[in-house]
Design a protein. Sequence first.
Length: 324
Amino acid sequence: MIATLLIAMAAGLASASMFASIISGALVSLLLFYLAPLPLMVAALGWGPLCAAAGGITAACILGLAFGLAYCAAFVLAIALPAWWLGHLALLGRPIATDAAPADDAAALEWYPVGRILLWIAVFATITITATLLTFGSDAAAMHDTMRSSLTRILQSADVALSDRRIDALVILAPPAAAIIVMATLTLNLWLAAKIAATSGQLRRPWPDLKSTALPPLTLAVLFAAIALCFSAGLPAIVAQIVAAALTIAYALAGFAVLHTLTAALNNRSIWLSCSYLIVTLFSWPILLIAALGLADAVFGLRRRYLQGRSPPSPHPKSFKPLK
């Protein structure tokens, strides 16, 4: 118990230091800020969600005493709460009704689906960005004016001159872009935390089959509804853009799982996958093609059809011979 509490305090101190480093303005502090959930997620996956909760409370208290209530609330909403809840979900499991293994065996448990964890990450991205926008104003016009003035000051300090039309375009694109960043960073932190816990032998569940990642069927209807609301006006349109951007990235991650499945039989599979990841990293926009692949799998069942086509045919009953 004492060792777990010390680990929780260490994780909380590390996470608080990484979160507060953004105040320095250094370029490396941006990387540390994005990795702030990592220590708490490692604590959650390796020592349980209560350890992450204790670490998050420790970090929140330190930040609140040092920098005020605003920093404390921002840390809890953006870092501590997602780290604790995602770690809790990753360790959820229910027994499978089999006679081959005992109910407490990890292999005999059905673990919380990865696709549903991605959906929760999209929920956190939506909540975090929407809450941040509400600090800029209570309506869309006030938010737009506040973001525009802030962006103008940043560009002036960097000696960058842009036309008013381009500044307005950046302001419109800022909320969905921020949602994409939150989706990517939370997903990356959870994956890194699982890798660290597995490498150290502390991961409290088997490694999931990421190639089978699939979002719940209702997610498709939510995405289409969000896209339709994007053409409305006011705050609902902004929230819809955030939801659409977050779910698009979720389907892109499912699309990568589809790509890993469909290329399983290729001899040069590693080359195809490496080129795909490199192109997406360099140009960004091909992520839409990967998201389209994930959507196509959700609608047409590409992986299911592929795996059914590759399954060996069942042997003919006459081929069986009785044992002597």
